[in-house]
Write a protein that binds this ligand. Structure first.
Ligand code: HEM
Length: 494
């Protein structure tokens, strides 16, 4: 049923999504055909009632409503099924904490994410991307999803702890994160605790993966504390440990908070960036003309064959457009919840305190009124001077307002370094018969993307020999497993 409710600025429409199942609500639709279900919602109104299990929730479909929700974190606080679940895993870190504690937490972490700081980290990003590509050989099939996850885990662990996790731990972390983001999604769209207390294999796997993630982070923090007396490293964990000692902050933070922040940053930093990278490489390979343009840019800017440094990033204009369009087309963070802290109005509709509000960057990014031809991959939309005038709240891959992603600059720099370096040296091709199966979990992107890597033949005249260490061999190499990933399945037979 849809009805028209007069709002202050326009006549809002408020409706209810059809097909509510007893007890499961729209949970089955959201698990089986999440994107199609999502895209069907605006036909029922600007604000649409859906059911997450037995719970009522309100999906903000219109960009102005999404903007209203995001811009007012006091009224629409972090909460609802997604954040209630995340809190169990992450504690009350900066991503999950309530509004009243958010400012303090954000101020504590912000210095580690400043632009100047990220510029210093570009070099380590380059080292890591060279390292993950080193095992690639012409003609081999590479598990791109796993490799990108490996890359982003290594980068975030160096930003946090100054050290890479060892190979076996990085592989375990990747597997645990995959289990958790899938399980988290099912628990978000069907928030019926009793279902998840049953000791089924899937529930046991979820529990085990969450426990292991916490244990990995605890071990990394404990290891650092042991060496703390002789080691005062200038990284994010160093900042947190200093705050735990009470150095330079108004009040010391607890050990629990240190762990909460570290696991939050690992969790938020690794998955989304990896999915953005896999999606970008996937989409570029599907669009030969875009690939050609990208190749010509990276050949010109990275003539030396080395990864880009901070001075080269601004010249990678097309690379940035490709990534921005990837984030529009397939935002890794595609569904978020909030909870109303008091009685309020949205689209002229009264919401009681405790009401769950849902918004989706994916839905807005695919609205034809905001982005003409929304299903087409068109990096040119973002060329300087041609960029569409984006309505407030319409392009929100990193969220907006006070709860906007703290890692945006870090993630974009990492993605640019990785995409530029990889496409400078390799042309990636889908395996014959590959069909896209995007199964959204708590995040969206290809999770089983395997591609064949072909060395790019053309190398600009005058490439110095130094580039050879990072450049691929052109002969078809025998298929090997990637030893760096300790028996992981990163490299397969083509
Ligand atoms: C392409 C990669 C990334 C995407 C698409 C992304 C997306 C997002 C989005 C949409 C939000 C807002 C969520 C909401 O409003 O409920 C967010 C918040 C957050 N992100 Fe990211 N993110 C990415 C990378 C990173 C990285 C690399 C880090 C850290 C190392 C990070 C840390 C965080 C944190 C801590 C928050 C919570 C901020 C707050 O509440 O103050 N993210 N991210």
């Amino acid at each position: 049923m849809s009805g028209s409710v007069p709002g202050p600025a326009r006549n809002w429409t408020v409706g209810t999504a059809p097909g509510i199942f007893p007890f499961l609500g729209h949970g089955i639709d959201l698990v089986r055909r999440p994107l199609a279900f999502l895209e069907s919602l605006p036909t029922h109104g600007d604000l649409v009632e859906i059911r997450l299990g037995p719970q009522r929730a309100w999906m903000a479909c219109h960009p102005d409503l999404v903007h209203q929700v995001i811009a007012d974190p006091e009224t629409f606080d972090k909460g609802g099924p997604l954040y209630d679940r995340l809190r169990i895993l992450l504690g009350d870190g900066v991503g999950t904490c309530r509004h009243q504690d958010h400012r303090r937490q954000r101020r504590l972490l912000q210095p580690g994410f400043r632009k100047a700081r990220v510029a210093d980290q570009v070099q380590l990003m380059g080292e890591e991307v060279e390292s993950v590509c080193r095992a690639w050989r012409g003609g081999q099939a590479v598990d791109i999803s796993a490799t990108m996850m490996d890359l982003s885990t290594r980068v975030i662990s160096r930003v946090l702890f100054s050290d890479s996790l060892d190979a076996a731990t990085a592989v375990e972390m990747r597997r645990c994160l995959a289990t958790v983001v899938r399980g988290m999604f099912v628990r978000t769209v069907m928030p019926v605790d009793a279902l998840f207390r049953v000791p089924t294999p899937a529930n046991r796997r979820y529990r085990h993966a969450s426990d292991r993630l916490r244990a990995i982070v605890d071990a990394a923090v404990a290891e650092r504390r042991r060496g703390a007396a002789r080691d005062d490293r200038d990284d994010l964990l160093g900042t947190l440990l200093a705050a735990a000692r009470g150095d330079g902050v108004e009040s010391a933070i607890t050990d629990r908070e240190v762990h909460g922040q570290v696991i939050t940053l690992m969790f938020a930093g690794a998955e989304s960036t990896a999915l953005c990278l896999s999606s970008a490489l996937d989409l570029v390979a599907r669009h030969p003309e875009e690939e050609r343009r990208l190749h010509s840019e990276v050949d010109a800017v990275l003539a030396s064959g080395r990864p880009p440094g901070p001075d080269e990033l601004p010249r990678l204009v097309r690379t940035r457009c490709v990534l921005t369009e990837t984030l529009r087309h397939r935002p890794p963070g595609w569904l978020f919840t909030r909870v109303a802290t008091k009685e309020t109005e949205l689209a002229g509709h009264r919401l009681p305190p405790g009401a769950t509000v849902v918004f989706s960057p994916y839905l807005l990014h695919h609205d034809p009124a905001l982005f003409p031809g929304p299903d087409r991959f068109l990096p040119d939309r973002w060329l300087p001077g041609q960029a569409v005038a984006v309505r407030p709240g319409a392009m929100i891959p990193f969220g907006a307002g006070r709860r906007k992603c703290i890692g945006e600059t870090l993630a974009m720099s990492e993605a640019m370094v990785a995409v530029a370096f990889i496409t400078r040296h390799w042309r990636l091709r889908h395996l014959p018969g590959y069909e896209e199966r995007l199964r959204p979990a708590a995040s969206l992107g290809p999770r089983e993307l395997v591609m064949t890597c072909e060395p790019r033949a053309s190398r600009p005249v005058g490439t110095p020999p130094a580039a050879a260490s990072s450049a691929p061999r052109t002969a078809v190499a025998p298929v090997v497993r990637n030893s760096r990933t300790a028996g992981g399945n990163d490299v397969h037979d083509a």
